[in-house]
Design a protein around this ligand. Structure first.
Ligand SMILES: NC(=O)c1ccc[n+]([C@@H]2O[C@H](COP(=O)([O-])OP(=O)(O)OC[C@H]3O[C@@H](n4cnc5c(N)ncnc54)[C@H](OP(=O)(O)O)[C@@H]3O)[C@@H](O)[C@H]2O)c1
Length: 332
């Protein structure tokens, strides 16, 4: 695809859309050309802030406008599926926030629709494209710690005033879907898909999970411990270890500044230069794939998106978290 500047459309004007669009400005070959919000006032405010030409109060108008090559979706999770599906059906590439859907069945459907319409689809799991995370996993692949046998990953934070969507079942609330997906992605990258999963969680009166602990076991003999929560200031770190040592991503492991390599030769802090907030790395990967005419972005693979949603389905089943629409979309 001979695109000089890739035209991005942004759906939603909340927290993450703002951060993503700020970072898009780091890329000379990207331009935000359109935004859709549920209200024209918000769309106008966002468009003025980010110098965006086209504004809409309905994502369907944006999709039909012909003003974008790729759509970034930054709504709460339950809204992702319908918006992504509509865009893919219109032949517009999609980079959709994590978790890309509420269930694996919906994610499989989106991948099928992407194939049917020969259109790129990717989950915005930005951690995968972070240069520090990539460097740490390159070390792991080189075998610096030997065969990885254990992984520990934790994503927990507490704010006196949590954003309302995190506690609202109708908006896909809960620690697992919002934060737990990061430890799950880290361990899946380190050890692959587990052969056994056990999970416990504490739910509030609305059935929203406030913290969750998971244990994963592998037939290879490897094990992993994963936690996530909304009620404590956790270490927020991730590590993988083997007989020769360990690799550790520090606090806020999903977008770190460095990693720590501990081997028989000692402990070393490895700094990897990064710039911006880190969202432009995923955008750049999507644009590379788009220009190569790919349906799947190699750095954000469909199979991993689906496997992790299957693990989220199973974890939710074990801890008893349900969302509206589960009857229709869980299973299959
Ligand atoms: N990659 C990351 O680092 C990261 C970080 C945070 C969140 N996320 C993901 O991004 C998504 C959005 O999170 P956020 O923190 O940006 O949330 P947020 O600040 O609440 O923003 C969500 C936006 O979605 C739009 N929206 C559409 N339907 C909505 C509804 N029924 N209720 C509320 N808002 C609705 C609203 O924009 P309009 O008013 O313009 O329609 C709202 O501002 C989630 O899926 C989350 O998991 C990713």
């Amino acid at each position: 695809m001979g695109i000089d500047q890739v035209r991005w459309g942004v759906v939603a004007t909340g927290n993450i859309s703002t951060q993503f669009t700020n970072d898009l400005a780091e890329l000379d070959d990207a331009v935000a050309t359109a935004v859709a919000s549920r209200s024209l006032d918000s769309a106008d405010r966002f468009a003025d802030e980010h110098d965006i030409e086209h504004r809409y109060d309905d994502h369907r108008q944006l999709i039909e406008s012909g003003t974008v090559d790729v759509l970034y979706i930054g709504t709460p999770h339950p809204q992702h599926y319908a918006i992504a599906r509509a865009a893919l059906q219109a032949g517009i590439a999609v980079l959709c926030e994590k978790p890309v859907t509420l269930t694996a069945r919906q994610a499989k459907d989106l991948v099928a629709v992407a194939h049917e319409h020969d259109t790129l689809f990717a989950e915005a799991m930005w951690m995968r494209t972070n240069p520090v995370v990539q460097a740490m996993f390159a070390d792991l692949a080189k075998g610096v710690i030997g065969e990885p046998m254990e992984a520990l990953a934790d994503f927990g934070f507490h704010k006196p005033q949590l954003p309302a969507r995190l506690l609202d079942p109708a908006l896909g609330g809960g620690a697992l879907m919002d934060g737990g997906i990061y430890p799950m992605t880290f361990v899946h990258m380190a050890l692959g898909r587990p052969d056994e999963v056990k999970a416990v969680g504490s739910l509030n009166d609305d059935g929203v999970d406030l913290n969750v602990a998971m244990a994963w076991r592998y037939d290879s003999g490897a094990v992993a411990g994963l936690t996530c929560g909304l009620r404590s200031q956790n270490p927020w770190t991730a590590s993988v270890s083997g007989p020769e040592g360990s690799l550790l991503l520090p606090n806020r492991f999903h977008h770190p500044d460095y990693y720590v390599r501990s081997t028989a030769s000692g402990q070393e802090r490895v700094d990897v230069p990064t710039h911006g907030l880190g969202y432009h790395y995923e955008a750049a990967e999507v644009m590379r794939a788009l220009r190569a005419g790919q349906i799947e972005c190699p750095a954000l693979p469909h199979a991993a998106t689906i496997e992790i949603l299957e693990l989220l389905d199973e974890t939710r089943r074990q801890i008893g978290v349900t969302y509206p629409g589960d009857d229709e979309y869980l299973g299959g």
